[in-house]
Design a protein around this ligand. Structure first.
Ligand code: ADP
Ligand code: MG
Length: 240
């Protein structure tokens, strides 16, 4: 226990919550399938970042997570790897079903960037399809992608709400893994109602991960309402 405390101090990680798994030192210790580990290597990720060292074992163990970390700390990989593993552990999609993993992001650019990383990481290695569901472009291609079957969808809150309201649009029935990325930005852009509406349509026994650079009271309330016994993880904050 003392060693784990020291390792977290070196990594500038602070954690709270019960039964927090120890941080891992290498991607090999994350319990990823071989093909996925090979892809991580191919993309040039040699060793996990601090956030990844702690977030990977937490998320891989099925727990809800609040991750507070600055930009550039490697949060995308930290949630996409567990998301991919979660999807692989579920029953396969049947016709008209999907997605299983759902990622919410504040802006078109960020959503597209996440979808791109998702395809690189989980596309060929695990055979997962990822739909990008953003506003400002037509719905036709997005609906076509969903109909063809997507295990993962990444989108902005407004468009996700629109697609969820359509009869043959987005179906939340199989969603069991939800990520809120840059949650503080989603709130400052006024998307809290949409985020809450989306979460209300996802079954309550889902796994949920919330990532944010800051953690204002409005987010604290959302976390209380939407996460179950989350492990909270912060890195390099508070005046250092
Ligand atoms: P954040 O979302 O925390 O701002 P990103 O997920 O966008 O950070 O990652 C920032 C950059 O770091 C990206 O270019 C990404 O490819 C790279 N990166 C992520 N994980 C690693 C790693 N383990 N080793 C090296 N580079 C990484
Ligand atoms: Mg990010």
């Amino acid at each position: 226990a003392e060693q784990v405390r020291e390792r977290r101090a070196v990594l500038r990680l602070s954690v709270s919550g019960f039964d927090v798994p120890s941080p891992i030192a290498r991607f090999e210790h994350a319990g990823l399938p071989r093909e996925l580990l090979a892809t991580v290597r191919k993309l040039g990720y040699e060793e996990p970042t601090s956030v990844q060292m702690q977030a990977l074992p937490v998320a891989m163990s099925g727990r809800d997570l609040i991750g507070v970390a600055a930009t550039g700390s490697g949060k995308t990989v930290a949630y996409l790897l567990p998301l991919g593993c979660h999807v692989m552990a579920q029953r396969r999609l049947e016709h008209g079903e999907g997605p299983i993993g759902l990622v919410l992001a504040p802006t078109h650019e960020l959503a597209e960037q996440i979808a791109l990383e998702c395809r690189k990481l989980l596309g060929r290695s695990l055979g997962l399809n990822c739909a990008s569901l953003i506003g400002g472009v037509g719905k036709y291609e997005q609906l076509k992608a969903l109909r063809a079957g997507c295990e993962v969808a990444v989108g902005t809150p407004g468009r996700l709400v629109e697609l969820l309201a359509m009869k043959n649009g987005l179906c939340a029935r199989r969603v069991t893994f939800v990520v809120l990325d840059e949650a503080d930005r989603m709130f400052s852009l006024g998307f809290e109602p949409q985020v809450r509406a989306i979460l209300q349509q996802v079954r309550p026994d889902r796994q949920a991960l919330l990532f944010s650079a800051t953690f204002p009271p409005a987010l604290e309330r959302l976390a209380r309402d939407s996460l179950s016994e989350p492990i909270r993880l912060a890195i390099g904050t508070a005046g250092d």
